[in-house]
Write a protein that binds this ligand. Structure first.
Ligand code: NAP
Ligand code: MG
Length: 494
């Protein structure tokens, strides 16, 4: 893609118009208590605007509107063709507003414009189109039965689904949840992360313009502890889908147990390994991918490959490619890395870097804040060598631009280190040997294993985690459409 100039994107940023109020029952409304919170540009430290800070009563209202819409059938009873047309229109509107949405996402979250323009926004549009296309392609079943009865196994929408979202891919994660929720006929109440509410509120405006009936989609910005809990503890919500930390995900499971046993679908953290086997000849390619795998999105990525397991010495190449990454103003398309989402998270990352030093990691590059004069939150991409599996930076999810290089001697040892984690979201493997590729990709305990590249697959492949990276959840693929439905058996005497 050909990018325009930094000045061009900065001009769009100046002219942005925000939706800042909650979206309930098809209308933008103030929070019932009139509260608001500031949303900050992490690249400058400046306030962008105020957003409505919803409370429990707003969640209850939003659920009522969603329930009313579900029960009157304004969405669920539309024909597959009608539903598709509306979701296709939404997808088109997202692309018509792509520059505005990409700049808004960059300004609100610190993500580099080169990524929001080429990834977040087009992927959001694709996600709505893809799940909408599936609406009239999924088939139900007739089982063998006993000859005296007709047995149908059909899928029904769940009803009202809640969604709690993270800040690292604000619009894209919203789409991964909303597209299959809506395609399956449900209504929903969605909570964006407080740090990044703006693009989802804009999406709500576009959904209304596309013809999505009022009440089907409701957006309630505000505190996780308030809104997330109001959704988790809601006595009637049929399901709650979540992307975020393992800690909060587990809380939602407990809330479901304490209330109505709502279906809980969790996508959580990761401490993902990238293994480069000694047989790899194209070390340049492997190093390039390994660097992208850890530093993409400033490492604020649940599949960030923050552990690099190497046999051969390709450390020099890794450092050289890390140093070639440009960090700075997210609206400058020459920058590969933008700003860390907030000061508090930046300090968490800096503490991990400090721990890495104290526990004996050898710093090869980076290691601290940069561009402090901008008022923004920037960290130089950081590489530690000589890391051992028991060190904190090898164990805990940092969610920042920090790579730990760990050495191994044998395939068994590489697999043991890679799998020695409470997580299991993604793993990357580099090898020139076909048998090794098959053997090791099956042995890695992760929801996605990419071979000879770093990848999360595409929209047609399921995405979710083993162990404490996930709970009964797969985003993307037909599996996502299915997980927002109930199976029903209909047994008819002939
Ligand atoms: P987080 O603190 O768990 O926040 C995620 C969402 O949960 C936010 O909307 C947050 O609200 C809300 N929340 C916070 N406390 C809550 C509570 N007590 N009850 C209910 N909801 C609550 O996660 P984060 O630190 O923002 O995001 C980073 C984490 O997300 C990382 O661990 C990362 O691995 C994970 N992640 C996973 C995936 C995946 O697909 N597996 C993708 C992206 C990120 P507020 O923040 O608005 O208060
Ligand atoms: Mg948080």
């Amino acid at each position: 893609m050909e990018f325009k100039s930094k000045e061009y994107y900065e001009q769009i940023a100046k002219e942005l118009c925000f939706q800042t109020r909650a979206f309930i029952g098809g209308m933008f409304v103030e929070a019932s208590q009139g509260k608001t919170f500031d949303t900050i540009n992490p690249a400058t430290g400046e306030k962008i605007t105020n957003v409505s800070g919803c409370g429990k009563e707003d969640v209850l209202n939003a659920e009522k509107e969603a329930r009313k819409a579900f029960e009157d059938g304004c969405w669920v009873k539309k024909s597959p063709a009608e539903k598709k047309e509306i979701l296709f229109r939404l997808s088109e509107l997202i692309m018509e507003h792509q520059e505005e949405l990409a700049v808004m996402e960059s300004v609100d979250s610190g993500k580099p414009i080169r990524d929001t323009l080429t990834g977040d926004i087009p992927d959001t549009a694709l996600t709505f189109r893809w799940h909408a296309e599936a609406i009239d392609k999924l088939e139900d079943a007739i089982t063998a039965g006993d000859g005296e009865h007709l047995s149908l196994v059909v899928r029904e929408p769940l009803g009202v689904v809640g969604a709690v979202l993270p800040w690292n891919f604000p619009l894209q994660m919203a789409a991964w949840k909303l597209a299959p929720i809506l395609a399956s006929g449900n209504s929903c109440v969605v909570k964006p992360a407080k740090l990044t509410s703006l693009t989802l509120l804009k999406l709500a405006e576009l959904a209304k313009e596309a013809g999505l009936p009022d009440g089907v989609l409701n957006v309630v910005p505000g505190d996780g502890s308030v809104i997330g809990e109001a959704l988790g503890m809601h006595p009637e919500l049929e399901a709650l889908t979540f992307t975020g930390s393992t800690e909060v995900g587990k809380k939602l499971l407990a809330m479901s147990g304490k209330t109505n046993a709502k279906r809980i679908l969790l996508e959580m953290g990761g401490k993902n390994p990238c293994i480069i086997m000694p047989d790899v000849k194209d070390l340049d390619h492997a190093a390039e991918e390994a660097v992208n795998a850890v530093f993409w999105n400033m490492g604020e990525n649940c599949t960030s490959n923050s552990r690099l397991l190497v046999h051969k010495d390709i450390k020099e190449k890794v450092v050289e490619k890390t140093k070639a990454l440009r960090t700075g103003n997210p609206l400058d398309p020459d920058n590969h890395l933008g700003a860390i989402v907030e000061k508090k998270h930046m300090n968490t990352i800096l503490n991990y870097i400090q721990k890495g030093k104290e526990e004996g990691g050898k710093l090869l590059c980076g290691g601290g804040p940069i561009l402090e004069e901008t008022g923004g939150n920037f960290i130089a991409p950081t590489v530690f060598d000589g890391v051992t599996p028991e060190m904190t930076i090898a164990k805990e999810e940092i969610f920042g631009p920090v790579l730990a290089i760990i050495e191994f001697q044998t395939e068994e040892e590489a697999l043991r280190i890679a799998n020695d984690t409470e997580y299991g979201l993604q793993a990357s493997l580099f090898t020139d040997d076909l048998s090794t590729a098959h053997r090791m990709s099956r042995a890695l305990r992760a929801g996605t294993v990419s071979v000879n590249c770093y990848s999360e697959g595409d929209i047609g492949t399921p995405f979710g985690g083993f162990r404490q990276s996930g709970f009964f959840s797969r985003d993307k693929s037909l599996q996502a459409n299915k997980q927002y439905t109930e199976l029903k058996t209909i047994w008819i005497q002939l």
